[in-house]
Design a protein. Structure first.
Length: 353
């Protein structure tokens, strides 16, 4: 699923990062708002310094169409919950989240059916069969470590139980953040089942700093040495490493096993009853355009969602090296979506969270 590459990006010159209110982009389609599109997105594609993939593509999109992008960012689960609360007065036009939250959004009736131009070049596993969402950036789950404090990353999950990691380890909250939920998904795979994973995460809690709604905020703490290890994803962390020299990417394995990961794409859908539906469709088309997809690796440090875009830039080569030797497995996202709440409750019970 992840064959090409991209980096973390952001809201841009025609793009506004709005706080909780979002009063500037209500459900009105008045003439003053006709040239606006509002995006609710998981964090990771917005650049720390305005140099991310979102920054570039939103700027180019506005230049091409005259449509300004209003941008709201948070954890995948947080963005879905917000859209649910606003269902009777829809604010967002486009929703971008990691799985299983894009499936959750679809199941809650938040997404309209729309197949963007270029979606025929996206693998079937990376888009909804009913046309409600399509991956726009491919990505993999991973962890980060501080290369200055640790000359080599921990090899196994079990090493993280060592006292040296007490209050020096943190992962984002399952059920709130997509990458946090991915911790549970990977642990269940690597340990061979839910109970074994929960038993491990219960032990790990002794070293865990505590909850975090945003995965993107953890990497700076690792780079500064406040943390030694945190969870993340390859695209976001690789992009962050450009300005965070002590950040290294690694993949835990179970004792006797191989390093593993799984695809964790940014998937986008048109919000049902969106205030600016036509503009949302145009943005989805642009996100999957060849030009934007070519910049997924060169600008964003991630993996293109289109099979016909073959990245050969410097970032693409570096990302291929990072993924070399990592065994990729495919989660059953439909099952995870169906049982997500019970998994999160089991995690809360195991960790006392």
């Amino acid at each position: 699923m992840r064959r090409n590459i991209l980096t973390a990006a952001a809201a841009t010159a025609g793009c506004l990062t709005l706080a909780a209110g979002l009063t500037a982009c209500g459900g009105s389609s008045a003439a003053s708002d006709a040239k606006v599109v509002t995006v609710y997105s998981a964090d990771g594609l917005k650049g720390e310094n305005g140099d991310g993939w979102y920054d570039q593509v939103f700027k180019d999109f506005t230049k091409k169409t005259g449509i300004k992008v209003k941008y709201v960012e948070g954890g995948s689960g947080e963005m879905v919950q917000r859209a649910v609360r606003e269902k009777s007065n829809t604010q967002a036009d486009v929703l971008v989240t990691l799985p299983p939250f894009i499936q959750q959004a679809d199941g809650k009736g938040l997404l309209a059916t729309y197949t963007p131009e270029g979606a025929d070049q996206v693998d079937g596993a990376d888009k909804a069969a009913d046309g409600t969402w399509t991956s726009v950036v491919n990505n993999y789950f991973g962890f980060v470590y501080n290369k200055k404090e640790l000359k080599t990353p921990p090899a196994t999950w079990e090493e993280l139980l060592d006292g040296a990691y007490k209050n020096k380890l943190q992962y984002s909250t399952p059920g709130v953040a997509g990458d946090g939920t991915a911790v549970v998904v990977k642990a269940m795979h690597d340990f061979g089942g839910k109970q074994a994973a929960m038993d491990y995460l219960k032990k790990l809690q002794a070293n865990n700093v505590g909850p975090s709604a945003s995965t993107g905020k953890l990497a700076p703490k690792v780079d500064k040495g406040e943390l030694l290890v945190a969870n993340g994803d390859v695209q976001m962390n690789y992009a962050q490493s450009k300005t965070m020299p002590h950040l290294g990417i690694w993949f835990p394995k179970a004792t006797g096993g191989k390093p593993t990961s799984f695809a964790l794409p940014y998937a986008a859908g048109l919000v049902k009853n969106a205030p600016h539906t036509a503009n949302g469709k145009k943005l989805l088309d642009y996100l999957l355009s060849v030009k934007a997809q070519q910049e997924v690796s060169s600008v964003g440090g991630g993996f293109s969602a289109r099979k016909d875009v073959k990245a050969t830039d410097e970032n693409a080569i570096a990302l291929a090296r990072i993924m070399d030797g990592v065994e990729i497995f495919e989660p059953d996202w439909n099952d995870i979506d169906k049982n997500l709440q019970s998994y999160v409750e089991d995690w809360k019970s195991a960790t006392g969270s």
